[in-house]
Write a protein that binds this ligand. Structure first.
Ligand code: DOR
Ligand code: ZN
Length: 431
């Protein structure tokens, strides 16, 4: 372990403490310290750079166990670190499914061995994601799980959601149920948003009401049970409206949106780019604008990647045979800086709250998300908000299915620090 580090003259943005100021950040023995640096601390010129709490992704697919040809815990967490993340929630649609404590421990142990980024496994709500019988939620909560989700699939019935929300309320810690809101009966073979572009391109549609119906259902069930609901990757403007109204009524709900839904629309599919095929699909200009507005006014709490790695040979198929998903960990911060912060849709402190402090709170990741005060673990991202780069393979991720490929983005992660150790230095992973 190094004696310590000093990031000199950085812009420190610490949403949890309401801080946005220019100063040094001193790290010693893995923690933030106030005052003088140790004699032999490494000094890093951080003038012009931002130091913030390490990013926290509430929605990552790491694919291990079961789909190691797409990604592994090691490659996925290395990609996370490269993107400035110090913690990620690993979705449960692995094989076998993360539906009991042994898999939770397995995934976490793999992450500890890799040492790049903390991993918080998400538990499945039902056994094997069968949508019927509740998984071993109790033993997973004991193993530290705080978020449960069927992601990739929608909770199929109001009754199941109600049972799970009521059951979850009985735990001594707050447990959150995160739903992938798409009514299965309306999206069966759908390839993209149903609308003018799907008709032109000749692709089967996934209509916006598939999301709106489930969001309305879930909000009604959360309201009546008092359970704690989270809505994954919203894509429809009307769904944002439903969440806005429910929050005003005091329903216990949080919501997330991905960088790709904040940037792209269905018009971007005219090239049949399979990297832009995902569930839920990219929708219209009006939806994208409503999502931006939803983040800006706090209706949407979290920006999460839905990092969904797939192998080249899987994505390199006819559009309707290619699996849904885009990777996102390495581009999320730059995409948000370029498309939300630079044009003035969102302040930088607000963006960092939505990408770190707020998701850390939902996940129960108490060492992450700030505040960056004395004695706290030094989990940090250090980035240059002005550096331009072009997104192109190879990626640190094993996969290369990025919707952002070819885009010029502004904002580059220079260092990521996990408990006082540099896991990324001068843009390169160290582990
Ligand atoms: O596009 C997606 N891909 N959406 C999901 O919900 C699941 C994910 C995956 O696992 O590939
Ligand atoms: Zn999903």
């Amino acid at each position: 372990m190094s004696a310590g580090y000093v990031f000199e003259g950085a812009r420190v943005i610490d949403p949890a403490a309401g801080v946005d100021e220019i100063r040094d950040v001193v790290v010693a023995n893995g923690t933030i310290v106030d005052g003088a640096a140790p004699e032999d601390a490494e000094r890093i010129d951080a003038r012009g750079l931002v130091v913030a709490p390490g990013l926290v992704d509430l929605h990552t697919h790491l694919r291990e166990p079961g789909d190691e040809h797409k990604e592994t815990v090691e490659t996925g967490t290395r990609a996370a670190a490269a993107g400035g993340y110090t913690a990620v929630a690993a979705m449960a649609n692995t094989s076998p499914v993360t539906d009991h404590a042994a898999i939770v421990h397995e995934v976490r142990d793999l992450a500890t061995a890799a040492g790049c980024c903390d991993v918080f496994p998400v538990g499945a709500i039902t056994k094997g994601l069968d949508g019927e019988s509740l998984a071993e939620m109790g033993e997973m909560v004991e193993a530290g799980v705080r978020v449960f989700s069927e992601d990739g699939r929608c909770v199929p019935s109001a009754r199941l959601l109600r049972n799970a929300l009521v059951y979850a309320k009985a735990f001594p810690v707050e447990v959150v149920l995160a739903d992938h809101a798409e009514d299965a009966s309306l999206v069966e073979d759908g390839q993209m948003h149903e609308g003018a572009y799907s008709y032109t391109l000749g692709l089967a549609g996934r209509p916006a009401e598939a999301e709106e119906i489930v969001v309305a259902r879930d909000l009604a069930v959360a309201r009546s049970t008092g359970g704690r609901l989270h809505l994954c990757h919203l894509s429809s403007g009307r769904a944002v409206d439903l969440v806005r109204r429910a929050k005003a009524e005091g329903v216990r709900v949080t919501a997330e949106v991905t960088p790709h839904h904040l940037v792209f629309t269905d018009a971007d599919l005219v090239t049949y780019d399979t990297a832009k095929k995902m569930h839920p699909p990219l929708r219209t200009d009006a939806d994208r604008d409503a999502l931006r507005e939803g983040v800006a006014d706090g209706t949407i709490d979290v920006i999460a990647t839905d990092h969904a790695p797939h192998a080249v040979e899987e994505k390199d198929m006819e559009f309707d045979r290619s699996p849904p998903g885009t990777i996102g960990l390495e581009t999320a911060l730059a995409a948000v800086l370029t498309h939300l912060v630079a044009p003035g849709h969102l302040t930088l402190p607000h963006a960092l709250a939505a990408m770190s402090t707020v998701p850390a709170g939902i996940l129960g990741a108490v060492e992450h998300g700030g505040p960056l005060t004395t004695g706290r673990p030094a989990n940090l991202v250090v980035f240059d908000p002005t550096q331009e780069w072009t997104v192109e393979p190879p990626f640190v991720s094993k996969a290369r299915n990025s919707a952002f490929t070819g885009q010029r983005l502004t904002g580059r992660v220079r260092y990521t620090m996990l408990r006082g150790e540099l896991v990324v230095a001068e843009e390169k992973p160290t582990r």
